[in-house]
Design a protein around this ligand. Sequence first.
Ligand SMILES: Nc1nc2c(ncn2[C@@H]2O[C@H](COP(=O)(O)OP(=O)(O)O)[C@@H](O)[C@H]2O)c(=O)[nH]1
Ligand SMILES: [Mg+2]
Length: 450
Amino acid sequence: MELQSTAEQPTEAKDRTSKALVLHPSLKSSQTTDKRSPDGRLAEAVGLARAIDLTVVDALVLPLRDMRPSTLIGSGRVRQIADWVKSDSIDLVVIDAALSPIQQRNLERAWKTKVIDRTGLILEIFGARARTKEGTLQVELAALSYQRSRLVRSWTHLERQRGGFGFVGGPGESQIELDRRRIDERITRLQKQLDDVKRTRGLHRAARKRVPYPVIALVGYTNAGKSTLFNRLTGAAVMAKDQLFATLDPTMRQITLPSDRPAILSDTVGFVANLPTDLVAAFRATLEEVRTADLVIHVRDIAHPETEAQRRDVLAVLSDLGLADLADEGRMIEFWNKRDLLPPDEAERVAVAAERDPDVVFGSATTGLGLHDAFIDIDQRLAASSSVVELTLDSADGKSLAWLYRHGRVLERQDMDGDTRVKVAFEPAERALLEQRLSPKTLIELSEKI
Ligand SMILES: Nc1nc2c(ncn2[C@@H]2O[C@H](COP(=O)(O)OP(=O)(O)O)[C@@H](O)[C@H]2O)c(=O)[nH]1
Ligand SMILES: [Mg+2]
């Protein structure tokens, strides 16, 4: 998804990562609306920019005395940044604030580069990450509404330029009216599609679950360390060369757990503080994939001053997704990350609390502490939910055998006298389908856990 930019520049080549400058404007008088420090907010914005593979060359808090309607920030600053953009060959400036269309356009002109604001950035992330049909539609809807609001406002601006009376049918206006109408039509179409998707959601979910391996989803706030943990876990585990998964996007990888159990690890879109309300629906739809996960790892930045509030936010959204019982079902682990950032005595105190809670692993994705424990814990939880079945089939029944290989994990196989005996491990969803799909000669449910 490409967001509307008012600059007349070609979009950056996608085959190299764009160099970005991230700026967090901080209004001196508005500290009361957000308890978090400007540095904390800047760190989050940098995390968001990295989530779409931007190379953040520099990041800066810009203290503002007031907001300029034309450029948001003062003209001296605008000139300084223009030099900076030029000397560092910056491709994109991210302003962690809401920009009016006019501010966006003026800054793009002054800096001769693309500028996006916070909403634009978050929309880009959602667009790149949406995996389900509902997620994609919901994000496109949010992006179109965003574009539409920009058109409306630039229209008012044009009107003012022409003397403030609005000459009906002026060239600029009719062009914008046309764009608006096109966007409105598209929005109506999307809304219809969304209704359809929601109605048939159950079917889509069944269709999505094609891999016979359990799916583990990482959730948590932006900057909690999800991607670092993802890379550590997939780097430490044996990477699969299976062609079957060649089509998985880079945020999903097949891993092999210590018990030899294969699984899919999925890095999801992160939570952000103060999510613009227009984007809430899109965010939830993007997280829709978590519903099909067998296990959820909630990655928490335990050194973050707001870590408890962040935890509550994550649990509230999971609950809205119909996943309130994850913890009770033994399908959620909290990974308390960034242990290395806590002072020793604090780390000691937190370790005691973590020790008491069977659903918590305490460690650090960068130092590697706690990763082994996490692996063992994941393995045990997945073993507890899978079942092992021994079946005898007619050897000529190639179709049933093929089904077993696709939907289960064949652990053993013996062919004799026209019969084939197989031992297969299943995830719960696949196990439920077994009797519907095939009628074996014998079926024994084994009590062993693999
Ligand atoms: N000190 C420390 N930093 C960490 C740890 N885990 C992640 N980070 C850093 O936190 C920042 C955000 O991590 P990232 O994995 O991108 O978070 P995500 O937004 O949840 O995917 C990066 O700068 C990481 O290097 C940790 O255990 N200790
Ligand atoms: Mg990440």
